[in-house]
Design a protein around this ligand. Structure first.
Ligand code: PEP
Length: 276
């Protein structure tokens, strides 16, 4: 692709910040937090913002967030369309509640609920069929990193998804602006953030992996970083060339911290990237 010369070296993708509330919140605290974010983020026009809330609170999120610049999404989806799957949530149920995004393959789902590359791929397929933008998480454990296996692990996680998509599904995933999240397991909730260089190296690897399938798509896919992102380290991470924003756990429950992270994404976009 021939970019205009003034754009060479600039990031072409719009930053994305996603809050993962995990299993936290109640009606009252959610209302306080969302109202603070609605106000705080209302002027941030240059990036995209999402909160992925526990399923019972999606209706509340919809009531509060409709017609704001904050989207809402689920934290997982079942691979089946409907049926006798007690406790599971179908993709169409999320779209029914106005969700546009869903987190998939989070390491907590993989480690605590025995999900694997195959089920993650099946969930990805169910999400795109329903019209949800998947945020597919990949990342290595500390033992895997120490053994020099980071790229092997991430490649396996990526390839399971990419190989399961036929050309039609791949095109649909691109239409929906599929997102990958690099989340080193050792950095999640640990306070140990990957260095900007460590993050960049894996993000670039992920982009190359997508480019093996489709180079143009690879240049467009947003790859966000997750793992102990805070207001204090967001800028050094988000300025890396292949880091297009963040997936934020703990800090997304604190209105000031989350707003500050969104502000970083917004102002970096305004200064170094093309706004949509
Ligand atoms: C996460 O849950 O995806 C996450 C990145 O958590 P934290 O920001 O708390 O490390």
């Amino acid at each position: 692709m021939n970019w205009p010369t003034e754009l060479i070296g600039q990031k072409m993708r719009r930053n994305l910040v996603v809050g993962n509330w995990k299993m936290h919140g109640n009606m009252q605290s959610n209302q306080l937090l969302l109202n603070r974010l609605i106000k705080g983020l209302s002027g941030f026009k240059n990036a995209d913002y999402v909160v992925c809330v526990p399923s019972p609170y999606l209706f509340q999120a919809r009531l509060l967030l409709e017609n704001t610049n904050i989207a809402w999404g689920g934290q997982n989806v079942n691979q089946h369309e409907q049926g006798a799957f007690t406790g599971a949530v179908a993709a169409n149920m999320l779209t029914d509640l106005g969700c546009t995004y869903v987190i998939l393959g989070h390491s907590e789902r993989r480690n605590l609920f025995y999900e694997n590359n195959l089920t993650a791929a099946a969930r990805f397929d169910a999400a795109i069929k329903a019209g949800l933008t998947p945020i597919m998480c990949v990342g290595e454990t500390v033992a895997e990193r120490d053994a020099g296996l980071t790229e092997v692990i991430v490649a396996g996680q990526m390839d399971a998804v990419l190989a399961s998509l036929g050309d039609k599904e791949f095109a649909k995933a691109m239409e929906l602006n599929m997102v990958f999240a690099y989340e080193p397991v050792w950095a999640i909730g640990s306070g140990k953030t990957a260095s900007p260089e460590q993050a960049q190296s894996v993000h670039q690897f992920i982009r190359h992996r997508i480019a093996r399938r489709n180079a143009e798509a690879a240049s467009k896919v947003r790859i966000i970083y997750g793992g102990s992102v805070k207001a204090a380290n967001a800028e050094e991470l988000f300025t890396m060339p292949d880091v297009d924003g963040g997936l934020i756990g703990g800090a997304s429950l604190n209105a000031d911290e989350f707003e500050a992270i969104c502000q970083v994404a917004n102002s970096l976009q305004a200064s170094t990237c093309l706004a949509e």
